[in-house]
Design a protein around this ligand. Structure first.
Ligand code: C2O
Length: 551
């Protein structure tokens, strides 16, 4: 591999969306931010310089960061944030991954505007396990807030209620013609007939899983979370925040006399408020040479719209997810851990915490909304966990007593117990190097069954099983797929159900795990794993870089 250099200047930038101009935090004055392109095996040196008045840190979502946890990015987990006027060089190498990932801010709600694609090409001369596409196009979904996204969440945390929902979804930053005064602000993909396009789909939205479809065209899924899958064809796909999906789009063999909408809108199972609007982009065939068409304006052609599943179509979601399988070929094997050293059972879900005195809280029954893993709502420390771990200064920063099983267990499909209160703590699980881990995550269905896209930093994991209702440790493991389960970094814990994952703890460091619905992260649905160093020199976390930010 080679070394590639990037510079990210964090600065304010004026943009107009939905007829409203505002100043956003951006990278290099671009929205969405710049595209990182590298090959498997390359080293990246990305210098981030903070020119704004707030703290920043950047996460390279899905990059394994083998032994380079200092470059992972979540604020107060692997680093202190980069303060105003300071800079930090993220230094990491891409190992064993090719496909699409993305980068985003990992502090407060800044990722609403600070995000961009990561394109990982295979090593030079190594082909994809599918025919070479004519062209590759990143398509990144986002959520646009007219208000300042940080103000939206801090207001919600103060009052204990739910935050205001976004004002639009976006494709590559554009809301599209179904929103007020946004017809001109539409993503357009111009294509030629009879070609294959690789669309690199990224869900960078804050709080919603999305259905996506292109009218009158089918899509072949070939890769998720930078791992090849057994290809399958679908009209619509589901993509959760934190997930990436590569699809092949075959254009029609001749110039159709129509244009086609591509649309995305949420898959939502919980109660509460959400943005149920639809973002649209346009798939447009270039005008054929020397034909009548070239004199016809595109506006005169009929426009086809895709039909998306209903907002709460869980059977579509279940069916779609069941089609995802690892390629599991000789060249791209699925190394599923077969023998397990450590078993964990985590409940994930919402809950409440008491309202402070003299406050009126807008959460359920006058409490504040909270969220937890095993009833522990993660309290963000004021110094970085990774430094505390590396320098053996955990005292007062974290405790290694994260529970292996829930503190309060109950029938998750029955009635919710009266006490849904959660407790605060900065608790971690400590794993020996190379431990094989099986983790079952169960949606508690407290305050509504909801699919939670759980993201694990530092690893890919295999999704060996999932189901509805309560996980049954006697019966369900017998049905696990240990042959070709999908390998990924973010998985939806099914609404009112459970998911089982397995991974090998071969990456020493401190690794965040959280719901990638930003509001749930803010409410505490997050925790961290510490993986200890192995004995050999190449099994140890690298020492911290000299420019690592201080708190
Ligand atoms: Cu994409 Cu910790 O997140």
């Amino acid at each position: 591999g080679i070394t590639r250099h990037y510079k990210f200047d964090i600065k304010l930038h004026n943009v107009t969306r939905l007829c409203h101009t505002k100043s956003i935090v951006s990278v290099n004055g671009q929205f969405p931010g710049p595209r990182i392109v590298a090959r498997e095996g390359d080293q990246l040196l990305i210098k981030v310089v903070n020119h704004v008045s707030k703290n920043i840190s950047i996460h390279w979502h899905g990059i394994r960061q083998l032994r380079s946890g200092w470059a992972d990015g979540p604020a107060y987990v692997t680093q202190c944030p980069i303060q105003t006027g300071q800079s930090y060089v993220y230094n990491f190498t891409i190992v064993g991954q090719r496909g699409t990932l993305f980068w985003h801010a990992h502090v407060s709600w800044l990722r609403a505007t600070v995000y961009g694609p990561i394109v990982i090409l295979p090593k030079r001369g190594v082909p994809h396990p599918f025919a070479k596409p004519y062209k590759e196009v990143p398509i990144i979904f986002g959520e646009w807030f007219n208000a300042d996204p940080e103000a939206v969440i801090s207001q919600a945390l103060r009052t204990g209620g739910g935050p205001n929902v976004s004002d639009a979804y976006t494709i590559n930053g554009h809301p599209g013609p179904l929103y007020n005064c946004s017809a001109k602000d539409t993503f357009k993909l111009k294509v030629k007939p009879g070609k294959t396009y690789l669309l690199r789909l990224i869900n960078a939205a804050l709080n919603d899983e999305l259905f996506f479809s292109i009218a009158n065209h089918s899509l072949t899924v070939v890769d998720v979370d930078a791992i090849y899958v057994k290809p399958f064809e679908t009209g619509t796909l589901l993509i959760a925040p934190g997930q990436t999906t590569n699809v092949l789009l075959k254009t029609k063999p001749s110039y159709p006399s129509a244009t086609f909408f591509m649309t995305a809108r949420p898959y939502v199972t919980g109660q509460g408020t959400f943005d149920n609007s639809t973002v649209a982009g346009i798939l447009e065939y270039e005008s054929p040479p020397n034909s009548l068409h070239s004199s016809i304006s595109i506006k005169m052609l009929p426009l086809f719209r895709p039909i998306l599943p209903a907002l709460n179509d869980t059977s579509f979601a279940t069916n779609f997810v069941s089609k995802l399988r690892s390629l599991a070929s000789a060249q791209f094997p699925a190394n599923v851990p077969q023998k397990i050293d450590k078993h964990f059972f985590f409940t994930v879900g919402l809950g409440t915490i008491p309202c402070q005195q003299n406050q009126t809280c807008q959460g359920p029954n006058g409490t504040k909304f909270a969220a937890s893993v095993n009833n522990v709502s993660f309290a963000t420390p004021t110094t970085a966990l990774l430094q505390a771990h590396f320098f053996a200064q955990s005292n007062g920063v974290y405790t290694p007593d994260f529970p292996n099983t829930p503190i309060i267990s109950f029938n998750y499909t029955g009635t919710t117990p009266n006490n849904t209160m959660v407790s605060n703590g900065t608790k971690v699980v400590v794993l020996p190097f190379n431990a094989t881990v099986e983790l079952v995550m169960q949606d508690t269905s407290i305050l509504g069954a909801e699919s939670h896209p759980l993201h694990l930093h530092g690893f890919n994991f295999f999704v060996v099983g999932q189901g509805f209702g309560n996980f049954d440790p006697k019966k369900d493991p017998a049905k696990f797929n240990l042959v070709d389960p999908i390998e990924r970094n973010t998985v939806g814990v099914p609404s009112g159900g459970w998911v089982a994952i397995r991974f090998l703890a071969d990456n020493p460091g401190v690794w965040f795990m959280h719901c990638h619905l930003e509001v749930h992260t803010s409410w505490g649905l997050k925790m961290a794993w510490i993986v200890l160093d192995g004995k050999l020199p190449n099994q140890k976390l690298l020492p911290p870089p000299a420019d690592l930010p201080k708190c």
